[in-house]
Design a protein around this ligand. Structure first.
Ligand code: HEM
Length: 407
């Protein structure tokens, strides 16, 4: 067995702002050709699917949210409170308890129950946007869709959806060292505003409960000592933070991918019933918006013959895991129509105890958006001016001008 520090590894900077679109695919694929590990200025990148899954499932590997906050001396205040209480930074029995209370509301069946109103929401946005000829799909479709779904789910007033979007983008930056170094004051303000908004929502739902997630969690709190008021508040905040820019970005990439692959779009429009689920799954596999998942080792860990010492920071690369040729045939091809459905599991939603809580809901959202597009749009024309986000956080499309040609 060899120690990590004895290995001569290629270097790679995942924060390079030039990485996006083709340059991102080319660079990471080339890197993976030289081996399954690489070094960034701060961490070690893991490019092999088996090793990635082993690390994500290991009890010795935690999400480093608190440690990053310590590094930036964020010791108190609303942002630190949020970081300490974020479910991603909680492990062991407390995590198990929180997940077991909230998970029943995110099962495949629960996600299925949201399908009709989610579909209506997207169709309404699509028809309004298509009336305006050429339009910017991130601003007019993907953002309002993702934020209104989460707002409706938690029982917030629809007119506040844009606020949730703004807070989710800002407070998510708690995971981004560059933002922590340069924009901490704004992050603190946004975290405080988000907390106040969720507290006010909870107060309202206590008086006027409904079937939404906030009322449901408040009812669990009222049953006894299973869930505290602060925990309800933080679970709602976690859903807002986890569920908006992720789905928004995944949908924007899906629209772009189908614009770039008109043959695949045609097949989909000819047979949406058969292909919609495969289309959503293939967009998630081919262009994961969470290309890197961070882990910090709490003790030495041996993986695939390499000893990773305690305190090693790892970046597990779902992009390469999703291209493992032993699981996916022709993995570099975007091809929903040729996926058989019995491929291996992709790592876009992570693995292990922190596996994405909203994976089923996100899948339903993507499926319904793609279905509505397939039923209404003959051709997706990508208009020049699109802009990719950075791959180091949630890999977004910052702009996606399109013209959608009606069927
Ligand atoms: C395409 C959309 C989405 C993607 C790609 C995605 C991806 C992920 C990934 C990779 C993780 C694991 C992070 C880690 O282990 O460090 C995660 C966790 C999480 N996601 Fe998602 N997510 C998406 C949508 C959603 C939605 C719609 C929700 C809303 C309910 C959500 C809520 C969460 C929460 C609360 C966690 C933390 C779970 C825990 O710590 O136990 N996500 N997500």
């Amino acid at each position: 067995m060899r120690r990590l520090d004895e290995l001569d590894l290629p270097t790679f900077d995942h924060t390079d702002p030039e990485l996006g679109g083709d340059s991102w695919h080319t660079r990471i694929t080339e890197l993976a050709r030289s081996g399954w590990l690489a070094r960034t200025p701060m961490a070690t990148v893991v490019l092999d699917r088996g090793a990635s899954e082993e690390i994500l499932r290991s009890k010795s590997a935690i999400f480093p949210g608190r440690e990053v906050a310590d590094l930036f001396e964020i010791d108190s205040g609303p942002l630190r409170e949020e970081i300490d209480r974020n479910i991603i930074n909680i492990n062991g029995q407390d995590h198990q308890r929180l997940r077991s209370l909230v998970a029943p509301h995110f099962t495949p069946k629960a996600a299925e129950s949201h399908r009709p109103w989610v579909a209506d929401l997207f169709s309404g946005l699509l028809l309004a946007a298509m009336n305006s000829g050429e339009f910017e799909a991130v601003e007019e479709l993907c953002k309002p869709y993702a934020s209104r779904v989460i707002c409706e789910l938690i029982g917030g007033p629809p007119e506040d959806a844009h606020l949730l979007h703004d807070w989710s983008v800002w407070v998510q930056r708690q995971f981004d060292p560059i933002a922590l170094a340069n924009e901490l004051a704004t992050l603190e303000i946004k975290a405080a505003e988000l907390q106040e908004w969720v507290k006010a929502l909870m107060e309202y739902k206590r008086k006027s409960p409904s079937s939404d997630l906030t009322s449901t969690l408040i009812a669990i709190d009222a049953e006894g000592d299973k869930l505290s008021e602060t925990e309800v508040e933080n679970l709602i905040i976690n859903v807002i933070l986890g569920g908006i820019d992720t789905t928004q970005s995944q949908l924007a990439h899906a629209i772009r991918l189908f614009g770039e692959h008109p043959d695949q779009w045609q097949r989909l429009t000819e047979n949406p019933t058969e292909l919609v689920a495969a289309a959503a799954k293939e967009a998630l596999r081919y262009e994961p918006v969470t290309p890197f998942t961070a882990r910090l080792l709490t003790e030495d860990l041996e993986v695939s013959g390499v000893l990773f010492p305690a305190d090693t920071l790892l970046l597990v690369c779902s992009f390469m895991a999703n291209r493992d040729p032993t699981c996916f045939s022709q993995p570099d091809l975007f091809s929903p129509s040729s996926r058989t459905g019995d491929e291996g599991r992709m790592l876009t939603f992570g693995a292990g105890i922190h596996y994405c809580l909203g994976a089923n809901l996100a899948t339903v959202e993507l499926e319904e958006a793609i279905r509505s597009l397939a039923e209404n749009v003959e051709r997706i024309e990508l208009v020049p001016g699109s802009r990719f986000g950075n791959v180091s956080g949630i890999y977004s499309m910052d702009r996606l001008p399109v013209r959608l040609h009606s069927r």
